[in-house]
Each structure stands twice: as C-alpha cells, then as structure tokens.
Ligand binder design. Structure first.
Ligand SMILES: Cc1ncc(COP(=O)(O)O)c(C=O)c1O
Length: 473
C-alpha cells in the first residue's frame, strides 16, 4: 500500500492548541522530573512544577502503577453504570466520604473530567429543586473571573475569556446564570478597607443579587474554593466562605464548591482531601462539590461530584432516580486505579507532605521575589497550589499590556530553565493580567522545592531583564 500524503515532521495530526505545529512532547519521566522533546531538542531534566494542570499527585513512573493497571484491567471491562454497577465505584465513593468531615457527603458520581462533573452537578442541583417541590428555583450564581470548565454548561457559569468567546451559545446570562463579584483581595480590596469590610462588601453584593432576583427562584451559588486557572490561587479572606454558607442557609439556596483543581489532597491542612477544610467548619460543608485532577493522578481520566446528605435524601424521598447518565460514568477501571492512587497517598501521608512542602515553596518564593527589583507583584497560595502575579508597577498594580503576553512568555522562559509551569492571562479583567501557576506532585521533597524555587527565581530575573531590554519595564 502506498500513501501520497506526507506529513512534515513538525506538522501535528492533533486538533488542539496551535493546530499546524506539534507542541513539545513528553518522552519519559521519573518522580518530579520529565524528559521533553521541543522543536527537535531534548530537555532531559525538566522539573514538573505544575504537573500538567495541577493533576499529578504521585509523579512520573510510580512503581505501583503497573500492578494497579493490571488489576483494574483484569477486573473491569465495561458495564453501563445505571444498569450494572461495579464495586470499585462504590469503594471509591465510600473512601472519599469516609475521608471527608463526618456528615459532609453521602454519595458520589464519577465522571471523566472536571467540566463533566460541574455539568453534572448543575443538573443534579436542578433535579434536586424539582424533587423537593421547588421547580421555580433555577437561577445559578457564580463569580466573575471564574473558570469551571470547557463544556457549555460549565462555561455558562464561568466568567473569563474562555467563556466570552462562546457567549452567544451559552445558557442565558441575564436570567439564569448570574454573576457575583470575584473574591480577589490583591486587586479588589480597596485601599484602607479592612479584611472584614471587604468580606462584608462581597457578601452584601451576593445578598443583593439574591434579593434582586427573587430568592424564591435562586437555586444555587457556585464558587471555586481556591481559584486556580482563573485568578491564580487567591485564598479567600476570613469569614468569606462561611458568609456564603450563611446566605445560602438564609435563602434556601444550594451551596456548591468547585474543588476540581484545588481539592483531593492538594491543599488540605489535615492530611485529608478537601480544600474547604482551610476555611469552613464541618457543619458548614458545601451541599455538593465537584472534584477531579489529582483523584487519578493523571493515570486515568476521572473526576466526580460529591453529593451531600440533604440532596441525596431529597432524591430518595422523591423519585429515587437520577435522570440520565453518561456512558463512561462510574467507570470501573478508572475508579479502581483512582482508589489505589488515593490509598497510596493516604498510606504515605502525601497530602500532609504536599501541604508542608508547598507552603515551604510559597514562603521561599515570597522571600526571594517580593522585595527584589522584578515584575512579581504577588506570590500567593495554599499547600500545593501557588501563583505568581506579574505587574508592571508594584505600587499601582498596573498590568502589562495583553499583547506582551507576559504569563505565557514566563512559561517559555521557565521551560528553557528546566521548569514546567503554567502561564495564564486574563486574571485582572478577563483579558489582561498575567499569572503563573505552580502545583508540584505530592511526592516533592525539600531538595526539589529548593530547585523549583531556584529555577523560578532565575526565570523571573531573565524575563525581567528581557522586558527591561525591550523598554517594556
Ligand atoms: C476550578 C476548575 N473547575 C473545572 C475545571 C475543568 O476541568 P477539566 O479540564 O478536567 O474539564 C477546571 C480546569 O482547570 C478548573 O480549574
């Protein structure tokens, strides 16, 4: 057989990113280090500072993975989950529930991506309102400058450039998907305004939106516990999340947290799973929560929705059935591998490790960057999830012009210095503002942290010099 189509070596067959050009390809990896081919050049000691998109928990080449895959492959081919379930999905749900504060969650649905989990959560909440006899409750409130995924439902509750690009085909943004203020102290807490006053202002804004839109029709409030690819890991000020919980209680509104990026052990202060344990007492737990990313450490495509007892009970008292499902929901193979991942993380205390090592990384970066002459305006985060925010002027917090694309340029500079980070743009107003995210795997050691910090600092110095030489700083 002959073929007359010749694919140039650099041409890509994958319809993603820059379409006609191959992105860098990973060839191999071990622990927190990767070997990458980029434009024909091999980079064999790239430190994985962000594990893809805050996905990797166990790093590269985990020695137990082949056995987990073999076990999962032997026990699971496929069944349609609504008709015939599998023990692994039950066990994974029980594991997550048991390792969350008592009474917080009562059931879980497993899906294949964070977007799908938010999409499903929106439908679960809608059906919940119908099941309990409140069909008039349909309005969803989410935050400005947020990101909840790339499916149309998830984009409809996101408020960023990725969502505005598709605004004409999203769920109605005037009547159904309403927007409240973002919680972003670095940029939006006013001069002279105390933390308490700022929180009050944000909560007053939410309460006004609920009241202006007829509380009887408001169904839920959805926020990222610790935003990531939207604002860049801004921990919310004291009282903010409890305040949202209280407003949800007051107006009979479902409180939903999106922990797709920040959850499942990345930022937990108690060696457990949920990020919200930094901010909320167990009795203030969300009614429903989406998770993903580190659940399967990137070995399998798995994410999920954790359902609180209030919602589960309403369904059981109602139709006792979930309308519809996805072919690959609660997939046995994925659930089995994810459960093994989570058990290893638990047995080796890796959630506690990443909390400690990540905070060490953050404080070293703050010390090394914030009082030096460079473009870093802020370094913030919790546990294993941190960001740098770049500004033209530290005092005024003026952003760089969007066309300079400083976030992505920083990502490239880091790569040349042997570090994988995620550069992003649009944090300040949806279009401009530059950040870089760091989210190493949970196995990171103190030596790795020191090396990450060294490479970040060198990259900040390099890009600062470049911008200075161009007359852009
Ligand atoms: C907070 C948040 N929610 C949802 C998603 C969507 O997850 P996925 O890309 O797995 O669909 C992301 C992705 O980064 C996210 O950061």
């Amino acid at each position: 057989m002959t073929t007359d189509t010749v694919q140039p070596a650099t041409e890509s067959y994958v319809f993603q990113g820059t379409i006609n050009k191959k992105p860098p390809h990973v060839l191999d990896g071990q622990g927190v280090r990767m070997k990458i081919e980029k434009n024909g050049k091999i980079y064999d000691d790239v430190l994985d500072g962000v594990t893809g998109a805050a996905v990797g928990a166990l790093g590269w080449g985990d020695e137990d993975l082949p056995a987990w895959l073999e076990k999962a492959a032997k026990n699971h081919t496929y069944t349609f989950p609504s008709l015939i379930g599998n023990p692994a999905s039950e066990d994974l749900a029980k594991f997550y529930i048991d390792n969350s504060p008592k009474g917080a969650f009562a059931a879980a649905l497993w899906c294949c991506s964070g977007s799908e989990s938010n999409e499903n959560a929106m439908k679960i909440i809608r059906q919940y309102q119908v099941e309990r006899g409140c069909p008039e409750k349909y309005k969803i409130i989410s935050r400005d400058l947020s990101y909840h995924g790339f499916t149309l439902g998830a984009l409809s509750i996101s408020n960023c450039a990725r969502a505005s690009a598709f605004k004409d085909i999203l769920i109605d943004q005037e009547k159904t998907c309403l927007t409240m203020e973002p919680c972003y102290p670095y940029r939006f807490q006013k001069k002279g305004e105390s933390e308490e006053q700022y929180v009050k202002r944000l909560l007053d804004n939410l309460e006004k939106i609920i009241l202006d839109n007829d509380p009887k029709t408001v169904s839920c409030v959805i926020v990222e516990t610790l935003p990531g690819s939207s604002l860049g890991t801004c921990p919310s000020p004291k009282g903010y999340l409890p305040g949202i919980r209280a407003l949800c209680n007051k107006y009979d509104v479902v409180f939903m947290l999106d922990e797709v990026m920040c959850g499942t052990g990345r930022c937990n202060p108690n060696g457990k799973l949920n990020c919200w344990e930094n901010f909320l007492e167990p009795e203030d737990a969300p009614d429903i929560q989406s998770v993903g990313k580190t659940l399967g450490s990137g070995f399998v495509t798995i994410a999920g929705v954790l359902v609180g007892p209030k919602i589960r009970d309403a369904y059981i008292k109602g139709s006792n059935a979930v309308f519809g499902s996805h072919t690959y929901a609660s997939h046995g193979f994925n659930c089995s591998v994810a459960l093994d991942v989570q058990k290893k993380i638990q047995a080796q205390g890796l959630t506690a490790n990443i909390f400690k090592m990540g905070n060490l990384m953050g404080s070293k970066l703050q010390d090394a960057l914030l009082d030096k002459d460079n473009i870093v305006g802020d370094v913030r985060g919790i546990g294993g999830f941190w960001s740098l925010e770049f500004v033209k002027d530290r005092t005024t917090k003026e952003v760089f012009p969007a066309k300079l694309d400083v976030g992505h340029r920083f990502q490239d500079v880091c790569f040349e210095n042997g570090l994988n980070v995620m550069g992003m743009q649009g944090n300040a107003d949806g279009i401009s503002g530059d950040i870089a995210l760091l989210a190493p795997s949970f196995i990171v050691t103190e030596d790795d942290v020191n090396e990450i910090v060294k490479r970040v600092v060198k990259s900040v110095e390099d890009i600062t010099e470049q911008l200075k030489a161009e007359g852009n700083w």
